[in-house]
Design a protein around this ligand. Sequence first.
Ligand SMILES: [Zn+2]
Ligand SMILES: [Zn+2]
Length: 287
Amino acid sequence: MKNSADINYLIDALPNDATCYGYCPDCDEVHYLTEGNSRRYALELMAELEENKRIDFHRPDPEPLFSTDCLWGKRGGQMFGVLECVDGDGNTVVLRAFSGQFNTRWQAEGWVSPTFDLAGYSQLMAKIESAIEQMTADIESCKQQSDHCRCKFEEAMGSGGRATQKDWRRQMKAALKALDLAKKNRRTYSQSMMNVFLDLYQLQNFKGNQRSILNVFYEDRGIPTGTGDCCAPKLLHAAAQKRLTPLGLTEFYFGRESKSSTRFHKVFYPGCKNKCQPILGYMLCGL
Ligand SMILES: [Zn+2]
Ligand SMILES: [Zn+2]
């Protein structure tokens, strides 16, 4: 396993047209993919987005949610990606992806699916939401109980006898302890559910491996929210599942400039460093 300085050195030495790369701990080297001919397909996609102003342009009946108007609103634009592949018979296949959700939707016709199990995700979200709701109600009732005990204690301090004061102090302490415990329960549950949620991301690579993102993300830090949802992992995962061989990958931003002014309309960007690089080495392995 190389250290981060050595990995950065290898990444700096990659060809200029490398668009998608990452360190693979299994092979102890950096795997990468260049742009290939994918820019041509990306330019075609941009033209289609501009012309149709929606992303479901294969459908005769457009869905309002899939209009590209949202990319010019407050939230700003979004990344799109294109992967040029070849199938077993030598035919060119071009896959398309949008990053994360498009206007609250994970899936749209003509675009690759997310890298996690969508049905499992919906079930899990429903379960988490109802459990959190119950725990929040528990916290609320503990809060009311501790407020009640504090009022009673303050009253007793004003007029009650020593025994009553002592009793309310004891009850107040017990109520505060119960409140702390209820809060801790909710926190622990949320954290543990985060890992269950991440485990729905079962990433496939070109060696025929399928691994949970929890075992793929090699950097020793928390997995950032949205890891696995960018275009590059979505495209590579879809290609591996369809047994296609990727030849070139391009990602570009489309829409209103990002708030941080780091992304601009119709500009091409390589895979991101924070979320993608720590998983792309594994995903490209076997190519
Ligand atoms: Zn990314
Ligand atoms: Zn490898």
